[in-house]
Design a protein around this ligand. Structure first.
Ligand code: 3PY
Ligand code: MG
Length: 255
């Protein structure tokens, strides 16, 4: 079974899925995440150094090792979304969605007719460089995930309109940007941030939309998983490596 289908099956049975952000641009980290048993990884073009040429190798690494490659696009433009999907991303995760109109535009850019108007090219990696039969490719391409990030206090008043947009697979809450918009930058366990995430989660649940969140502590991961958030983005390759190194150095210095 392919990783996208396995991922969707887990979500549809109410199970959580876990995956780290990837910033190194090195497919070895993608493979490590797969071997460790993560469900997905988020290849970060918003805050990481990865360009499109490098991105395709990270996607190849993910496919070869059996982990779902999601690409966080650098913005919500048609090119940012379409190129990531053309290279074979299993889904796009688009930052800073501010309105229902912007959400509809992203979904249109990610889907072919009749669900959208994604720019058409069959001579791309996702289409096997034209080797996949046309009908099959266009049908299969429309299965990829659209994950939209809401991460500002100002978007909360427009949340219900955004949640009503058809085609959102996951609504992802960004606690760091949210904390800044609430005047407490970086304080992701501040009560105002916790309240805001809880409120967004509850409204999404009522609208029947699956939610996701970023966590970098086990406490946060358990809190949000138990609150019903299914797509748990766990830390970042470089942060995980730093923590592991710090633990090792501390231990070595204690001998
Ligand atoms: C945020 O917290 O703002 C994110 O985008 C997730 O890292
Ligand atoms: Mg953010």
């Amino acid at each position: 079974m392919n990783t996208l289908q396995a991922f969707k099956d887990k979500l549809s049975t109410g199970k959580p899925v876990y995956g780290p952000f990837m910033k190194t641009g090195d497919a070895a980290f993608v493979e490590c995440a797969a071997h460790a048993g993560f469900d997905f990884c988020i290849l970060d073009m918003e805050h990481g150094p990865v360009d499109f040429f490098n991105l395709q190798n990270l996607i190849r690494g993910a496919e070869a090792s059996g982990i779902l490659p999601v690409v966080r696009t650098y913005d919500s433009s048609e090119t940012a979304v379409g190129k990531a999907l053309d290279l074979g991303a299993g889904g796009v995760q688009v930052p800073q969605i501010q309105s229902a109109e912007q959400a509809r535009e992203v979904i249109a850019a990610a889907k072919y007719f009749p669900r959208g108007n994604r720019g058409v090219c069959r001579f791309v990696r996702a289409a096997g460089y034209s080797s996949i039969p046309r009908d099959e490719y266009f049908r299969q391409a429309n299965e990829s995930l659209v994950i939209l990030q809401v991460e500002g206090e100002q978007v909360v008043s427009r949340l219900d309109e955004i949640l009503a947009v058809e085609g959102i697979d996951i609504l992802f809450i960004g606690p760091y940007d949210l904390s800044q918009s609430l005047g407490v930058p970086g304080e992701v366990s501040h009560p105002a941030v916790i309240d805001a995430i809880g409120g967004i989660t509850e409204r999404a649940r009522r609208a029947g939309v699956v939610t996701g969140v970023f966590c970098d502590t086990y406490e946060a991961a358990v809190l949000w998983r138990d609150a019903g958030i299914q797509y748990i983005s766990w830390s970042v390759d470089v942060g995980i490596f730093t923590d592991a190194c710090r633990g090792i150095v501390k231990k070595l210095n204690g001998f």
